[in-house]
Design a protein around this ligand. Structure first.
Ligand code: EPU
Length: 337
């Protein structure tokens, strides 16, 4: 294991926060994980797995061993008349994997085009966009269990997926994911029900869209609405869309007729957090280096050399004002370190 010390993480987190990791190593194989595990146990040091750092906010120096996940490879493990089974290294870039599948004509993840991050990070928060969640295509996950020191294979049910949630969030820092297995469809049913996708297809006069048309539409919508982390520090949605009871929704609706929400069960509604934040007047607001993105209020951006602490403080102000105005408590989607 090549162990480095005091490594700057600015280039390894999409908020571009300028902090250091006390220890740092890259992981290219399962064996690298085992060696790192022995090291951090022997040295009684915590560890932190880093994919491409696109969903983490560093608010302090990292007094841990950072494992920069770089396990690569996309392998076809099985194929039937209707489906293809793929085993993918946790360090593969997510969008690269999506593009590979779209190009091969394998469907199921095209709506998740251009989501920043790695394949290994995708199941942790069960990434989702435009009517699709990654859990729908996941077959199993290979991970190292740091509680037992054993390799485990977790199937979809074991992973306990929910909206932006999974076993890996609930049992934080227990599993190190090395591989994700997917099942994709050769005659996919395209998901065009999301309004924004329908609009793009309509504008482009596409009546029988291909996988590539869907992927291109999603890329267009995302580039128009969300900031490019290479140009402007951000981690996508900073908050989750909150779930509230039907009765709380009905009370809110009386005062706020145009509130954006949709029912998720007979008794619960999911609210658009972006709408709540915008209606507290935050959209486009800048304070020092930090701001609420002008095109999507769910995104907090670092315009310059803002620190993680400043970003966190800004997010707390938003949480407070949404709570004061609507009585709804926003929960962060981004992992705060
Ligand atoms: N809205 C506003 N103001 C805003 C933003 C949104 O009023 O500033 C309202 C709009 O009316 C819109 C509704 O909220 O109709 C939903 O907005 P949008 O379609 O942009 O989706 P979202 O709920 O804000 C979620 C995901 C995104 C994902 C989109 C598209 C979460 C936390 N975020 O955002 O995921 O791309 O849906 O499916 O669930 C991410 O996780 O980083 C991310 C970008």
């Amino acid at each position: 294991m090549t162990l480095k010390q005091n490594i700057p993480l600015k280039a390894f987190n999409s908020f571009a926060c300028d902090i250091n990791a006390k220890y740092f190593t890259t992981i290219q194989s399962n064996q690298d994980i085992e060696v790192a595990f022995d090291w951090f146990k022997q040295n009684n040091t915590p560890y932190l797995v880093l994919g491409s750092g696109s969903n983490i906010l560093f608010t302090k120096e990292v007094e841990a061993l950072v494992l920069k996940m770089e396990i690569k490879g996309i392998q076809k493990t099985n194929e039937t008349a209707s489906a293809v089974y793929l085993s993918v290294g946790a360090g593969e870039n997510w969008h690269h994997f999506v593009s590979y599948c779209v190009q091969k004509g394998w469907g199921g993840i095209e709506n998740l085009s251009l989501i920043p991050g790695t394949v290994g990070a995708a199941p942790i928060q069960n990434i989702g966009a435009y009517g699709v969640e990654v859990k729908e295509t996941i077959e199993k996950i290979t991970a190292f269990d740091t509680h037992t020191g054993e390799w485990v294979t977790l199937n979809k049910l074991d992973c306990d997926f929910g909206y932006r949630n999974s076993l890996f969030k609930k049992e934080k820092n227990r599993y190190i994911i090395s591989k994700v297995d997917f099942c994709l469809q050769k005659q996919p049913k395209l998901r065009t029900d999301y309004g924004a996708i329908r609009e793009v297809l309509h504008q482009k006069e596409i009546q029988n869209p291909s996988l590539e048309d869907i992927s291109n539409a999603v890329v267009l919508i995302r580039t128009q609405k969300l900031p490019d982390p290479k140009k402007l520090g951000n981690a996508g949605s900073f908050f989750k869309n909150p779930t509230i009871s039907k009765s709380q929704f009905e009370t809110l609706k009386i005062k706020n007729d145009d509130i954006m929400a949709f029912p998720i069960s007979d008794t619960e509604y999911k609210l658009a957090a972006g709408w709540l934040i915008e209606h507290c007047g935050w959209k486009g607001v800048k304070k020092g280096h930090i701001g609420c993105f002008e095109k999507q209020a769910l995104v907090i951006v670092n315009y310059g050399n803002g620190t993680g602490k400043e970003i966190l403080a800004f997010s707390e102000e938003i949480i407070q004002s949404v709570f004061q105005k609507f009585g709804v408590l926003l929960e962060k989607e981004v992992n705060v370190y």
